[in-house]
Design a protein around this ligand. Sequence first.
Ligand code: TRP
Length: 340
Amino acid sequence: MNQQSSNAQASVILTGDRPTGPLHLGHFVGSLRNRVTYQDQYRQYIMLADAQALTDNMDDIGKVHRNVVEVALDYLAVGIDPAKSTILIQSQIPELAELTFYYLNLVTVSRLERNPTVKQEIVLRGFERDIPAGFLVYPASQAADITAFKASIVPVGEDQIPMIEQCNEIVRRFNRDAGRDILVECKAIVPEVGRLPGIDGKAKMSKSLGNTINLGASADEIRAAVKQVYTDPLHLKVSDPGHIEGNVAFTYLDAFDTDKAALAEMKAHYQRGGLGDSVVKKRLEGILQELIGPIRERREELAKDKGEVLRILKEGTFKAREVAAQTMDEVRKALGLSYF
Ligand code: TRP
C-alpha cells in the first residue's frame, strides 16, 4: 500500500509547469527534487499547464504541444513516480476552464492588472497595450487549477506568490458568498535554495537567456557548460584571493555538493588564494556529470516508448478529472447553476 492510500488525510499538493521547453537545473533545484520528496508525504498533482502556456504562445502552438511529452519525460526521469504522483494535462480537463469562467466574476480587471507577476511578464514579453485577454486573466485560471483539487499546499518559485495571494482572495470571496467553505485556501511553499543563476552569472537560469544546463544534457554539453560558468573576474592568478559571492561555480556547488565540509574547505582555500578556477570547476563538473548522467539515461530509455508516456498522462488526467468534476459540481450548486 502506498502513502496515498494508507493516509487518506494527506494534504493535497498542486504544482505545475508551462510546457514551453525542456527542464533544466534551475527547475531541478526550484521544484523537481522537492516533488520527488513530496510524493511520499502528500497527495501530489503535477500539472502540465499547456492551456496556460498558450496564453502567451499562440504564435507557436507546436512548441507547447511537443513539450508536453518532453516535460513529462523530465518528470519521470528525475524520479516522479506515476504510482505516487498524479501527472495531468491541464487542457484535457474542461472543468478547469469552466471554473475559470466563473472565477473571472470574482476578480476585477484592475486587480488583475495590479498583479505584480502579470505586470512584470507584460513588460518582459513586450505586450504593451496588446495584452492577450487570456494572458491577463491567467491568475484566475491558476486559481481554478489549485482549487479544483482542493490543494492546500502549492510549491512555487518566489515569482508565483502573487498568484497564490490572488487565488486565496478568490477562495475567500467564493466561500463568503456561498456561506460555507467549499473551496480550500492554500499556502505557497518556496524552496529554501532560491533560484539558480544561469551559467553566465545572470540572476536566473532560463531557456530564453540561453544560459541553462538541461536535464537531458549530454556529457559533452555538461563539460562545455561548466567551462563557461561565470566565476570571479578579479581572480586572475591562481595565487590571487578569490571571491565566492556572485561566483556561479560556488553557487552551484552550494546547491549540488553534498560534502559540505569539503566544500567549506575549498571555499576557504579559494578565498585565501592558491586555488585555481580549474580545480573548482573540475569538482563541479564531476558532481554535475554524476547528477545528470543517470537522469539522461533514464530519459533516453523512456523516450523510446512515447506511447507509454502518453498512457501515463492519460491515466493521470483521467484520475484528476474525476476530482475536478466533483469540485465543479459543488461550485455549480453554490452558484445556483444546477437544474436537473
Ligand atoms: N504559472 C506556473 C508557471 O509559470 C504554472 C502553473 C499553472 C502552476 N498552474 C499552476 C503552478 C498551478 C502552480 C499551481 O510555471
